[in-house]
Write a protein that binds this ligand. Structure first.
Ligand code: SF4
Length: 689
């Protein structure tokens, strides 16, 4: 029976699909290095999506915005889309159409979508939902190390460490099988909430540090300062393998433990203990997640956690390191192959003349035919329907009507777009706004590769018979490109052909897939990029030097910037968002799986009992969470492990329960990451949901 991988998160747990006695398919876990035979509930129930009664099987089209979507045949839908996209380009130029991709798309789809945007449409306006996920970590990692690969080491390496620090990451809920690799090390968890992972840390003799939201960089600086004062920094490593330490240390020197406690709320004694645990461990890792990265200061904040790791001499050594835990299924590969506003395939900068020349040659065009960088995801969405923005948008593998910050405004912009096309397998909230919806195949119905959180390239297999009607995204792009005047040879629809071209386009880039082949994939080899030739694979990066010309890692320096907004008398609490065990991202998939929907049917807001008492609220009642941007409904859940000044909201729900109605679209100046993790809010009672 063929092994494939889960449709959801970046752990990409291995599984088999077997015929179920009651019909359909059932999932069985497979022992694989990342999941070691484990699956979470989402994985166990993943086959249900394939038979969802809400599955789209025929294209939908509306003739005007006020008209309902009606089923049409594929020729009608594709002809209509190509004609309208062509009209918009003729009338307003090639930037008249934007493209919005997704971090769950396979490597082949991400690659072909980028090529479709830049060649078939000729637009610079392409970005994807990974901008909302990994962009701060990617920017900070690239700056520090010269290249960003989420975990630059195999996941099982973590098990050999004595201490692992997780800042803003909650794998016990978001990717439970990962905790198998964290069973032996003592854990230090930085999170304003006593998350499932923080609870494990405390139970295992580790530490939970609960910083006030928005003070993560101060905490990292305080830990670096404490490590210095306790004589725990690796001076030889710093001298031999890094640059910029003096400037960074000068800034960290102001963050003695008592001051750090005053700003972050983390006890000075715990800061000293955490620094000691990390600095004296025989093998330690610093891992960051979205909690510290999804801020308008996310790049700088991630940079300070990297500084801590560099000061302790962890990155680029066996048995220790720094990494960031990628969230989306192909969050790693999705950011490498050219659907990012500022990048070309191979994780190359779109502004690099040599990269442009290389990719243009593979694509059979001149370098000056390739557009330049475009706006980031949120800027693209906010410009829709405005004079300076695109008139049309093609969305593939994403649901920004729910997942983008300040989602009411984003829905308004999506509604203001003259022509919206969405490819999806269910009528997501974004698809429901579209002029044309193109029904796509699902994860287990088509072949494709993904790159896991550790940079390992995996194969998803076609192990389920698709229903009559849906088509692969590759075929959709190929057929649209042909209608827009491109040749079928330039836009193949077969994944093998696209992968072969992707490998050529990436050759020589940081994420070099040139040595990838179907045979190597089929043989089950552990293939980590870069793999520049057919014999190579790189499980561990940086052992011989970092990817800067001088081989040295860069310390980040820069003062602390305040979050975009602060609480006040009107909005006295800090809201932070995140994921629950039973759902994934915008919930478009998991809300349609009965077991998962029943287990977590409605939005909740986690509130400290003292805060709830202060506001006269109690467990289980419906409350309104109100920010300067909007309001949403959630059922109040008491949580004695959350800070009194903080509330936690899952972002998987839609309609009145959509957490992103209240989140802040303020952007990080480097990564253009919105401030998902910090919004000033107040709670209001309401009679019912
Ligand atoms: Fe594994 Fe993530 Fe799928 Fe859960 S959602 S089974 S952790 S890949």
């Amino acid at each position: 029976m063929t092994v494939t991988h889960c449709p959801y998160c970046a752990l990409q747990c291995a599984m088999r699909l077997t015929p179920a006695p009651q019909g359909g398919l059932s999932v069985r876990p497979v022992d694989f290095p990342t999941n070691r035979g484990g699956l979470c509930r989402k994985g166990w129930t993943a086959a249900e999506l394939l038979r969802s009664p809400e599955r789209l099987t025929r294209p939908l089209l509306r003739i005007r915005r006020s008209a309902p979507l009606r089923e049409v045949d594929w020729e009608t839908a594709l002809d209509h889309v190509a004609a309208r996209l062509g009209e918009l380009r003729t009338e307003s130029g090639s930037d008249a159409v934007g493209v919005f991709g997704g971090g769950g798309l396979t490597n082949e789809k991400a690659y072909l979508l980028g090529k479709f945007a830049r060649l078939a449409l000729g637009t610079s306006r392409i970005d994807y939902n990974g901008r909302f996920c990994m962009s701060s970590a990617a920017a900070a990692g690239t700056r520090a190390f010269g290249v960003d690969r989420g975990l630059p080491f195999p996941l099982p390496d973590l098990a050999g460490a004595e201490v692992v620090l997780l800042a803003g990451a909650n794998p016990a809920a978001t990717m439970p099988p990962m905790m198998g690799h964290l069973a032996s090390p003592r854990l230090i968890v930085a999170d304003p909430r006593r998350s499932e992972t923080a609870a494990r840390a405390e139970e295992g003799g580790g530490l939970h540090l609960a910083p006030r939201p928005g003070t993560d960089a101060a905490l990292a600086m305080g830990l670096l300062h404490s490590a210095r004062k306790q004589g725990l920094l690796d001076e030889a490593y710093i001298a031999e393998r890094t640059t910029g330490f003096t400037a960074a240390l000068r800034q960290a020197a102001a963050w003695w433990p008592e001051r750090t406690e005053h700003v972050t709320g983390v006890a000075a004694a715990d800061i000293r203990t955490a620094a000691d645990m990390l600095g004296t461990a025989c093998g330690a890792y610093v891992l960051t997640g979205r909690g510290v990265e999804q801020h308008s200061t996310g790049t700088a904040t991630a940079g300070w956690w990297i500084n801590l790791a560099l000061g302790l001499g962890l990155p680029g050594r066996r048995g220790s390191g720094y990494g960031t835990i990628t969230g989306q299924g192909n969050g790693q590969g999705g950011r490498e192959h050219g659907q990012k506003a500022d990048q070309l395939p191979g994780y190359r900068s779109i502004g690099d003349p040599r990269a442009r020349e290389h990719v243009a040659k593979v694509w059979g065009v001149e370098p000056d035919e390739l557009p330049g960088p475009g706006p980031s995801a949120q800027e693209l969405l906010e410009s829709l329907g405005r004079p300076e923005g695109p008139r049309g948008l093609v969305v593939m593998g994403s649901n920004p009507a729910v997942s983008a910050p300040d989602s009411d405004r984003v829905r308004e912009r999506l509604g203001a777009t003259e022509f919206l096309v969405v490819s999806d397998f269910v009528l997501s909230e974004t698809a429901a706004l579209a002029d044309v919806v193109l029904p796509s195949l699902q994860w287990a119905e088509e072949e494709g590769t993904l790159t896991s959180l550790e940079g390992r390239i995996l194969c998803r297999r076609a192990v389920a018979e698709p229903p009559e009607g849906p088509r692969s995204d590759l075929r959709i792009l190929s057929e649209l490109a042909r209608r827009l005047g491109q040749s079928a040879a330039r836009f193949p629809a077969e994944p093998e052909a696209v992968l072969s071209e992707l490998a050529a386009a990436s050759a020589g880039g940081p994420a070099d897939y040139a040595g990838l082949s179907p045979d190597r994939l089929a043989g089950g080899e552990a293939l980590y990029w870069p793999l520049p030739d057919s014999a190579s694979s790189t499980p561990r990066l940086f052992l011989d030097g970092f990817h800067h010309p001088d081989g040295r890692a860069r310390f980040h320096s820069g003062g602390l910037s305040a979050p975009d907004e602060a609480p006040d008398a009107e909005f006295p609490l800090l809201a932070t968002t995140g994921r629950l065990l039973n759902h994934y991202q915008s919930g478009a998939q998991t809300r349609r799986v009965p077991e998962l929907a029943e287990a977590a049917p409605e939005a909740e807001v986690q509130v400290h009992p003292d805060s709830a008492h202060h506001y006269g609220m109690s467990e289980g009642e419906w409350v309104r969470v109100v920010s300067r941007r909007g309001r949403m409904l959630a059922r109040l859940r008491l949580n004695g492990g959350i800070r009194r000044d903080t509330v936690f909201l899952p972002f998987h729900y839609s309609g009145e329960q959509a957490a992103n109605k209240i989140t802040n679209p303020a952007l990080d100046p480097v990564s253009r990451m919105p401030e998902f993790k910090l919004s000033a809010v107040r709670l209001e009672t309401c009679a019912s949901g």
